[in-house]
Write a protein that binds this ligand. Structure first.
Ligand SMILES: [Zn+2]
Ligand SMILES: [Zn+2]
Length: 72
């Protein structure tokens, strides 16, 4: 059984934890570890798969779905 081990803190990355995969080597990191290091601890790449699109600062207006415009 293969385990994904975070190369930054050297502990297992559990499936229920928030994690990100390096865009270059696909190595799993804890999200918090990546945020602290701001790069892959294994290969040094600065981007992770999926990009920063799930960053907490992103807020989607609910009226933006499917291009529909709601006059609330
Ligand atoms: Zn970690
Ligand atoms: Zn990497």
């Amino acid at each position: 059984m293969q385990r994904d081990r975070c190369p930054y803190c050297h502990t297992d990355v559990l499936s229920q934890e928030t994690k990100v995969a390096c865009d270059a080597c696909m190595g799993w990191h804890h999200r918090a570890c990546w945020d602290e290091h701001q790069a892959c601890a294994a290969c040094g790449a600065a981007s992770y798969a999926g990009g920063p699109s799930d960053a907490p600062r992103v807020e989607r207006p609910h009226c933006f779905r499917r291009g529909g415009v709601y006059s609330s």
